[in-house]
Design a protein around this ligand. Structure first.
Ligand code: SF4
Length: 251
């Protein structure tokens, strides 16, 4: 039997804890810096895809302001929210420079792609897709964001593993290498809601199908078996950042 999950966030929540998945259903990056960067980048990419021209700087600034206005209310400390906005602007600029028009052709803006891996089906997110302008060694780059990229083997994350496999299945171009380019901030930027390191860099890690090892497949199968079994809480759960910890532990 195939089990359907709405998207990769929901599947990720079930993989962390089936009780969390059933009652909350979403696991998003808790990091507002990366949420802001992702949202602004996807809007920027959509603009250049539709208009076939670069976004004017005034509009780019306006886009950042609009997205920022939604998250700044989370922070009591104005300095902290200012740091987040500045870092997101730097990250956005890094991403724009990374896939510059001289070296890359934009193929697609943000897309959701359905996939089935083993006995689960879900949709995953891609923020942008580019092809590198090179006669030899052609490559397609799928841009995505992944929390904890610096502290975790991303291919031990089942949705990311399934994403890389599916993107390779979709590749019909001969002699073209598919890259999944993942991004995150390089530090645990949030210590708590109102504390931020001022210095943080954007980290990139690229994966191809050749990076998938037996341990990733074994891990995925084991985790899916556990997640798909009966809904249960984790005994003596140490997840103090769980969004439903209070209701779960008080029940
Ligand atoms: S507190 Fe722990 S056991 Fe409860 S829902 Fe959250 S992750 Fe699951």
């Amino acid at each position: 039997m195939v089990l359907n999950y709405k998207n990769e966030d929901e599947l990720r929540a079930y993989l962390i804890c089936s009780y969390l998945g059933k009652n909350y259903g979403l696991f998003k990056s808790p990091d507002p810096l990366m949420l802001l960067t992702k949202e602004c980048y996807e809007k920027y990419i959509l603009y250049i895809f539709k208009n076939q021209e670069d976004m004017p700087i005034e509009l780019l600034n306006q886009t950042i302001e609009e997205s920022f206005s939604k998250i700044k209310i989370l922070f009591e400390d104005k300095e902290v929210s200012k740091t987040i906005k500045n870092l997101a602007t730097i990250f956005l600029n890094d991403l724009i420079m990374q896939y510059n028009i001289k070296d890359y052709i934009l193929i697609s803006p943000k897309i959701q792609i359905p996939t089935t891996y083993e006995n689960v089906s879900f949709s995953f997110n891609i923020s942008a897709c580019f092809m590198k302008r090179e006669a030899k060694n052609r490559s397609i780059h799928y841009v995505s964001f992944f929390p904890l990229l610096n502290r975790y083997d991303a291919l031990l994350d089942v949705p990311t593993l399934a994403k890389l496999i599916k993107l390779n299945e979709l590749n019909y171009r001969k002699n073209t290498m598919v890259f999944l380019d993942l991004y995150d901030a390089d530090l645990p930027t949030i210590l708590n809601r109102n504390m931020y390191f001022k210095k943080a860099n954007l980290t990139k890690k690229s994966f191809t199908i050749e990076n998938i090892k037996d341990k990733h497949i074994v891990n995925a199968n084991l985790n899916l078996t556990i997640a798909n079994n009966q809904i249960r809480k984790i005994p003596m759960c140490q997840n103090f950042y769980c969004p439903i910890r209070k209701e779960c532990q008080n029940e």
